[in-house]
Design a protein around this ligand. Structure first.
Ligand SMILES: Nc1ncnc2c1ncn2[C@@H]1O[C@H](COP(=O)(O)OP(=O)(O)O)[C@@H](O)[C@H]1O
Ligand SMILES: [Mg+2]
Length: 241
């Protein structure tokens, strides 16, 4: 029998106050997988990630991560359980250095002891961050800031890393670089959920993908399979590049 998925979401409903955004969302992320969640602006992608990482309480549904139910748990407990979220807009401390930002990522008690080891791993994977370690985060280029935000989340030694639109606001050449960075991270053994409006690139990278539309999963399949799907091309890729 196959291993149970690392993350399983069933019938998830969530939103803000009385306004429901997610409707009966179900998905699974296998151990070691790279799962993409794609959809247009406003589809509910960030809302889904915020619910997974505990920033929003689900209205209904189940979230099972690494064998335990995490729906409604506080965010710091979810990070400690091994799920890290790199939010849209990155959330770096711009006046602090690269090194200080990375060190802040190692806040769950059980990973603090391994901080130097984690730093070394990140600097090996991403030498550019090592070169810039004493520089203030605010002085990095957009692509470097995105890599730093991801690196900081990796400092918590996550079993699952969820990335909210890492390509946002970056020039195409830099976007390719950030996606290569994501691929390197995946190859190093991190299970990933990649949320993107940059549908083509995300589908190309992923093993499995879900298409979200107005808060519902309207399609799912292998990344390459969806990429070849004429309907998807017409509905999304044509209009969103
Ligand atoms: N803090 C918020 N309060 C109320 N509504 C919100 C908030 N954030 C997002 N929304 C609404 O939720 C819907 C989905 O937004 P979002 O999850 O950010 O979509 P995406 O990330 O796919 O662009 C949109 O209609 C948006 O206006
Ligand atoms: Mg978003």
């Amino acid at each position: 029998m196959a291993n149970p998925p690392l993350l399983e979401v069933r019938g998830l409903c969530a939103g803000y106050g009385d306004s429901q955004v997610l409707w009966d969302v179900s998905l699974a992320v296998p151990q070691g997988g790279l799962v993409a969640i794609v959809g247009a602006n406003g589809a509910g992608k960030s809302t889904l990630l915020k619910t997974l990482s505990g920033l929003l309480r689900p209205m209904a549904g189940e979230i099972v991560f690494d064998g335990r139910s995490i729906a409604g748990m506080p965010p710091q407990q979810i990070v400690a359980a091994g799920l890290s979220h790199v939010p849209e807009g990155r959330g770096l401390f711009s006046r602090m250095t690269v090194l200080e930002n990375l060190q802040l990522g190692a806040y769950p008690a059980q990973v603090r002891a391994r901080m130097n080891e984690s730093l070394q791993r990140i600097f090996e994977l991403f030498p550019r961050l090592a070169e810039r370690r004493e520089q203030r985060a605010g002085l990095l280029s957009g692509g470097e800031q995105q890599m730093l935000a991801i690196g900081r989340a990796v400092m918590a030694c996550p079993k699952l890393l969820i990335l909210d639109e890492p390509s946002m606001g970056l020039a195409p050449r830099i976007v390719d670089e950030v996606f290569r960075f994501v691929q390197t991270l995946h190859a190093s053994g991190v299970t990933l959920v990649l949320v993107e409006q940059n549908i083509q690139s995300a589908l190309r990278l992923s093993d499995h993908a879900y298409v979200l539309k107005t808060g519902r999963v309207v399609m799912q399949g292998g990344g390459a399979e969806l990429l070849a799907d004429a309907e998807i091309r017409k509905a999304y890729i044509g209009s969103l590049g």
